[in-house]
Design a binder for this molecule. Structure first.
Ligand SMILES: Cc1cc2nc3c(=O)[nH]c(=O)nc-3n(C[C@H](O)[C@H](O)[C@H](O)COP(=O)(O)OP(=O)(O)OC[C@H]3O[C@@H](n4cnc5c(N)ncnc54)[C@H](O)[C@@H]3O)c2cc1C
Length: 402
């Protein structure tokens, strides 16, 4: 972008729009418009196009192919992505692991892993939760014992991680592991990067209530991980984990996703009729839609305030829990309105509805087949990344001092 463009958000907007129109595959655009899930190949194709344009990680530092955009430009970029039905970028690899390596990784880790992320060689998943450690994450038991094997210093890792989203797509997993069983819970944890092709790593798929394979259980049986794959100090993983959760919570406000889903509800309101009128003219629908829109704009403004603070170099504190709490509840209320608006037409759905645009059926909205399944997907949003009950506890104690 030239200096003149930087001062002219209108031309930047046109540039982003033209790029999406040229680069985004029509089938992917159609899936996103209907609120469906692009496949791994479709996501990677889109990421490849963004990478070629230099827009894969706009928020990273410029030395790592960040764009140095102003917050206003980032907002324009995101608005155009949503308005033109582009898949969301980001996710665990770009929003969580990348920023952690940039902040806490040593030079060798940065030089090895960051180019691989930018070249789309690696897809990361997050190994925090365990069958008996979720909200109380510090009680995690997966052990990492330091040994010398074949002349190399390694951690031998044993345990199991659960609810690991998209692990079936991933080739690397970052894990919290216990490196000191005697220390206080938070003080004996380290942050390890594990190649999922290492002998001893295996997966069990978990199919959710929505009928979709998002979750997995990951088993780690005698997995030898080079000591160089530890990020930060031994037993210093909790600080990194907490800071990663703060990035995650900022992201879990899900402003772009909320906008996308609200746009879908608007389209439903314009096309589905009740008592001879489109729903968008019916008072009950208008009231619920307007209330959601107001909540979304308030959330977007608050997230922007937090982003400006983060960009000015301030550490984000426990108050980010507020964003996660509000964004996740809002998204559920938006999906509830979608289902209420479509009515009994949403009752029949199948697993394919997550991925494939439906064949047209006279009198049935094209949004109906996936509506219930997509609503079920959002049930987990008030649990993932720290449940709403825990967020309330943290906000009450650490922010409000109650
Ligand atoms: C969509 C989704 C994606 C996820 N992806 C990942 C992932 O990729 N990687 C990963 O590591 N994990 C992931 N998780 C797991 C997630 O982090 C955990 O589900 C979450 O931390 C809650 O832990 P738990 O499921 O063990 O529930 P529990 O901690 O057992 O909680 C059960 C219930 O008890 C309540 N509760 C627990 N403790 C308290 C308390 N002190 N006060 C009040 N109420 C309490 C909770 O709010 C909840 O309602 C994902 C979860 C979901 C839903």
């Amino acid at each position: 972008m030239s200096m003149r463009d930087a001062q002219d958000p209108g031309s930047f907007r046109a540039e982003v729009r033209a790029f999406i129109s040229e680069a985004l595959a029509e089938t992917t655009r159609e899936k996103v418009r209907l609120g469906l899930e692009p496949t791994r190949a479709e996501i990677q194709d889109w990421q490849q196009r963004l990478a070629e344009r230099g827009w894969l990680v706009p928020h990273w530092p410029e030395e790592w192919r960040g764009c140095g955009w102003s917050p206003a430009q980032r907002a324009v970029f995101q608005e155009e992505m949503v308005a033109n039905h582009a898949p969301e970028t980001g996710g665990i690899t770009f929003e969580m692991l990348g920023p952690i390596l940039i902040r806490y990784g040593d030079e060798a880790q940065k030089r090895f892993f960051l180019p691989r992320i930018l070249n789309l060689e690696d897809w990361w998943c997050q190994g925090y939760s365990e069958p008996n450690a979720g909200s109380d994450l510090a009680s995690l038991k997966t052990s990492a014992v330091r040994e010398t094997r074949d002349g190399r210093e390694v951690y031998v890792v044993n345990g199991s991680k659960i609810w690991t989203s998209y692990a079936q797509y991933a080739n690397w997993i970052f894990c919290l592991v216990r490196t000191d069983a005697q220390a206080k819970a938070q003080e004996g944890i380290s942050f390890l990067l594990i190649d999922m092709a290492t002998p001893g790593v295996s997966l069990r798929p978990i199919i959710g209530i929505h009928g979709w394979h998002l979750f997995n259980q990951v088993f780690l049986d005698d997995v030898a991980v080079p000591v160089e794959n530890r990020v930060g100090a031994e037993n210093g993983g909790w600080t990194i984990a907490k800071s990663l959760l703060e990035f995650e919570r900022l992201n879990l406000a899900r402003v772009a996703e909320n906008r996308r889903r609200l746009a879908k509800v608007r389209a439903i309101g314009e096309t589905v009729r009740e008592a001879g009128q489109p729903l968008c003219q019916r008072p009950w629908f208008r009231q619920r839609y307007a209330a959601l829109d107001v909540r979304l704009e308030a959330l977007a403004a608050t997230v922007m305030r937090f982003r400006l603070r983060a960009e000015a170099g301030h550490r984000l504190g426990p108050e980010t829990g507020m964003l996660k709490l509000t964004g996740s509840t809002l998204i559920q209320d938006i999906e509830n309105l979608a289902v209420d608006a479509l009515g009994p037409d949403t009752l029949a759905y199948d697993r394919a509805a997550h991925f494939e645009p439906p064949a047209p059926v006279a009198g049935r909205s094209e949004y109906a087949p996936a509506a219930s399944a997509r609503r079920f997907v959002t049930r987990g949003y008030t649990i993932a990344g720290g449940s709403s009950e825990i967020q309330h506890e943290v906000l009450a104690k650490q922010v409000l001092g109650l």
